[in-house]
Ligand binder design. Structure first.
Ligand code: FNR
Length: 359
């Protein structure tokens, strides 16, 4: 039986022990004050490392306070946050996994309530810790406040915030960085013509809409040097007429390759509400494969991949280089160990006591 899922993957000399990676997943914990990770994040990310994943990626982490999705999001705009993350990366390393982090700015989808339970409509008001969201253009995401359009003079500050957060991430022990350019957050909202109607150098042509992301990629690369793998998460399509789509994502992936990005993490949607998405097992895989073939860059796929043989087949058939498994690893953080067992792969890094629980 093939074990492609358990082949190591090396990017810029950094080796991940296998191809099952944990995608970024916001925890929205109420005890996360001022963006500082807590014991919850240590236990959550730590258990995923212990469960055998190759790479554990920390959630969308705000590069600035107003770049958080909710007031409960983590951040990396100060050294207290970096120190708390260092404890987490250190534990992840003891389990043989690599630590990655997704650096994010939520843009027009910022200052929202956390994603479950009873929650009021609209944005979090200022008196409850919310703030005025900013965006590419004053176009609201359905149900949220109209963002304030960022002036061209504010954009270098956003670029620098990503670079500074990247420097802190390296100091905190992260091995891999990802820039969040998906799901309708700030960078995706610049990419999509449906949310970007600027008339300056950051709107209009594909090159202009990509400009902020490319400037951030360059600044982050300059901040982290040549030895750290850099990923970009994209939404391959808005699933909406006149929006961001696969051909534009392919064009973007060529640019990202030229600008030293090492892998594209391929998701979709999130910029436009109420669109029809054909959700099903591996429903975003075809986008990843198309981007891989066109750009020559490694890709990760994500989205309803929760079965070991399905994951194995994706890597074995070279449809993607990495499979990110999200909700299934929330249900079972030991999914990678379980997958190895199902595929009859002898995992050398299975924690000793588990030998007695798995075949
Ligand atoms: C997510 N997702 C997500 N995506 C992202 O790019 N940054 C993030 O911080 C989050 N946060 C988040 C929280 C929670 C609780 C969930 C369930 C999801 C999306 C996630 O990374 C993944 O792309 C999707 O969950 C689809 O993969 P699965 O869950 O079907 O394997």
């Amino acid at each position: 039986m093939s074990h492609a899922l358990f082949e190591p993957l090396t990017l810029r000399g950094v080796e991940a022990r296998n191809r099952i990676w944990i995608p970024p997943m916001c925890q929205y914990m109420v005890d996360a004050q001022d963006g500082v990770p807590t014991d919850w994040h240590l236990m959550h990310l730590g258990s995923l490392a212990r469960g055998g994943a190759g790479v554990v990626m920390a959630e969308a982490t705000g590069v600035a306070p107003e770049g958080r999705i909710s007031p409960q999001d983590l951040g990396l705009w100060n050294d207290d946050q970096a120190a708390a993350f260092a404890r987490i990366t250190s534990f992840i390393h003891t389990q043989g996994a690599l630590a990655a982090i997704q650096l994010a700015h939520a843009g027009r989808k910022a200052s929202t309530w956390r994603g479950w339970g009873e929650r009021p409509e609209g944005n979090v008001p200022v008196e409850h810790g919310g703030w005025q969201p900013v965006g590419a253009s004053p176009i609201a995401f359905t149900g949220l406040a109209e963002p304030r359009e960022l002036t061209v003079h504010e954009l270098p500050g956003i670029v620098e915030a990503f670079a500074a957060a990247a420097r802190r991430a390296i100091a905190a022990g992260f091995d891999i960085l990802e820039i969040h350019a998906a799901h309708g957050y700030l960078l995706h909202s610049f990419l999509s013509p449906l949310s970007n109607q600027r008339t300056d150098a950051y709107g209009g042509s594909l090159e202009n809409r990509s400009r902020l992301l490319i400037e951030i990629v360059d600044a982050v690369r300059a901040a982290i040097g040549d030895d750290i793998p850099l990923l970009v998460r994209v939404s391959a399509t808005d699933w909406a007429e006149g929006g961001w789509d696969l051909p534009q994502t392919v064009e973007l992936s060529h640019m990202l390759r030229e600008h030293s990005v090492d892998m594209i993490d391929v998701s979709s949607g999130g910029n436009i509400l109420h669109v029809k998405i054909p959700v099903g097992p591996g429903y975003q895989l075809a986008f990843a494969t198309a981007i891989r073939e066109a750009s020559g860059l490694p890709v990760s796929t994500v989205g309803m991949i929760d079965e070991p043989f399905q994951a194995e087949q994706i890597v074995a058939l070279e449809q993607a280089d990495v499979v990110m498994v999200g909700r299934e690893t929330l249900r079972d953080p030991n999914f990678p160990i379980r997958a190895a067992d199902a595929l009859r792969y002898r995992m050398s890094y299975k924690p000793g006591p588990y030998e007695r629980a798995y075949r």
